[in-house]
Design a protein around this ligand. Sequence first.
Ligand code: BD6
Ligand code: ZN
Length: 311
Amino acid sequence: MGELKVEKHIRYILSVEKKKDGFESVIMEHIRLNGAYWGLTTLDLLGKLDVADTEEVVTWIMKCQHESGGFGGNVGHDPHLLYTLSAIQVLALFDRVNILDVDKISNYIASLQNEDGSFSGDIWGEVDTRFSYIAICSLALLHRMDKINVGKAVEYIVSCKNLDGGFGCTPGAESHAGQIFCCVAALAITGSLHHIDKDLLGWWLCERQVKSGGLNGRPEKLPDVCYSWWVLSSLIMIDRVHWIDKEKLKNYILDCQDKENGGISDRPDDAVDVFHTFFGVAGLSFLEYPGVKAIDPAYALPIDVVNRIFL
Ligand code: BD6
Ligand code: ZN
């Protein structure tokens, strides 16, 4: 496993940012704004955000904004909550949230809340607890929580809680670590964690650790580095992170690095990508790996960025 190859990962991220026609750039074309969030937040966690060209990134991000106020995954793409959060998060990294028309973007987000308190991802209406998290996280970062019915939003999220203590994408849907992160983080941001049975959910989450030390997303599934984020951030938010073996998880993440070319993959010897590089470094941040900045488990941003927004 060795140690974190910081310089290699920084060079890898910059190579993906620069290369427009590379395989990874092409398949991630439609979610490029998410890719910017994953790459730039990783650089900041490694203390190297300064290698990015702030003006170039900020100018490009604003080109992704639709007249509705929402952001698309790339310039000219239809707006969707998935990319609107990434835009706010990247602007927050650069302390440039002030260039946003906050009322316009928060009106767009609020327009997607449904009668039952749930949120649709865009005007086509798909409902998923991911979108509840994105709406609540975005509005909190913009200090505009008053634009939505928070009580109904919380009520809907609680209606998605299962008998195993976990959460799914809609009421009655199977518990999945990704959805659990969204619901726990949204409840944490709204000060509603009392709705969670921490021992029952903590048990479901710590059961995600397999013998290799890695974490999976559901029972019987293979471990995957990105669950180092979905599972670990949830355990931290409900104060049960001591229920997993941190040393074994750290070694699992370090084993998923491409030590030659940089980048982190979902499992050892798989192809690396910016998504897993981010969630691997963020996982190491939670494990207090030396030289990696602390990240906030609910806002998925470096703690110093969150403090600048809320303090
Ligand atoms: C998300 C997560 C948390 C909060 C809000 C969110 N909005 C969207 C997501 C999931 C999104 C993401 O993390 N955005 O920042 N995921 C993706 O963009 C990935 C991109 C991807 C595709 C293929 C391979 C690697 C990365 N995506 C579209 C996915 O479907 C990945 C695929 C995957 C990676 N490793 C195992 N599968 N799955 C994924 O993100 O699942 C996590 C998840 C699912 C549902 C709710 C929350 C989190
Ligand atoms: Zn993954």
